[in-house]
Design a binder for this molecule. Structure first.
Ligand code: MF3
Ligand code: CO
Ligand code: CO
Length: 284
């Protein structure tokens, strides 16, 4: 039987020696990429845990009949109650209007950056990605998961399962000396073997004090190519897989990204750190 990505990752995590939390160098930059110090990694662990707990907290609310706005409002309340803020609310990179909500809710054919709304009521058979990014002590924890509402179609369930597996397989490639292309290759191989396409235009990213920074982490590519990974790098792995073509359109709100063919899209995301012996998922 084929090993699951989770199994591969678990075996890798078991191989980590207990003394691997060697002090890393202070935060500094080589070719624009920040390496985080141990002290900063502890902050990333704390905000990463908050991000993971927020998704866990929202999970039971994801039921037919709830509006995506209600999910947003509870996420905002819970985030503030835990001493954090949402990086997404008001986020305005160049060329975008400020994002109006605290989380992204991307339903069915929405690839990413869906905006919660009172009018949007989840129904049985939907799939919905919830993407959260709390900020605590100045550091960002970025994670997302696609939830099943009721019992979606077999192809929808398969897309969601394969997407999660892709994320884990990508993460399992990470260790000092590996290349950024190894991550994308592992994801693309598994996605395409199952007949799904990998979105090209939205990628993982460095994350820490800044929400989006270098390096960019494509979810497709070739092994042995691209940036060499080093301990202390922190970035996201967040593949988006489509049922049909990876081509997309952006709606008039200038945020919502949808599939061009209106077929389904799913996404999973973790924030990870490269450690001296491999990888640590900060948003578990
Ligand atoms: N959290 C998303 C990511 O994974 C970014 C959302 S930006 C927003 O990178 F403005 F749409 F919220
Ligand atoms: Co995210
Ligand atoms: Co991200």
């Amino acid at each position: 039987m084929e090993k699951s990505g989770l199994q591969v990752l678990k075996e890798q995590l078991q191989r980590r020696s207990p003394q691997e939390n060697l002090p890393l160098m202070r935060s500094h930059s080589t070719s624009g990429i920040v390496l985080l110090s141990d002290k900063e990694l502890d902050k990333m662990r704390r905000v990463g845990r908050i991000a993971a707990e927020l998704l866990k907290h929202l999970e039971p609310m994801v039921q037919p009949g709830i509006s995506t706005q209600a999910l947003n409002d509870e996420a905002e309340r819970w985030t503030l109650a835990h001493g954090a803020t949402s990086a997404q609310l008001g986020y305005a990179p160049p060329g975008h209007p400020p994002f109006p909500s605290s989380i992204c809710t991307s339903v069915n054919d929405v690839i990413c950056h869906g905006i919660p709304s009172r009018q949007q009521i989840l129904k049985a058979g939907d799939i919905v990605n919830i993407d959260v990014t709390p900020v605590l002590e100045g550091y960002h924890g970025d994670t997302s998961k696609t939830f099943l509402v009721g019992s979606p179609s077999p192809v929808a369930q398969k897309l969601v399962q394969v997407t999660q597996e892709c994320m884990l397989r990508g993460i399992a490639e990470i260790k000092p000396g590996a290349r950024i292309g190894d991550i994308g290759a592992a994801i693309q191989e598994y996605a395409e073997a199952h007949g799904f396409s990998v979105v090209r235009d939205f990628v993982g990213h460095g994350v820490g004090k800044q929400f989006h920074t270098e390096p960019s982490v494509p979810h497709f590519g070739k092994r042995g190519r691209g940036l060499r990974l080093r301990a202390g790098m922190v970035f996201t792995v967040e593949p988006m897989l489509n049922e049909g073509t990876y081509d997309f359109k952006i709606l008039g709100d200038r945020w919502t990204v949808v599939t061009k063919d209106s077929k389904l899209s799913a996404q999973f995301e973790h924030t990870v750190a490269v450690t001296p012996s491999g990888v640590e998922i900060l948003t578990l």
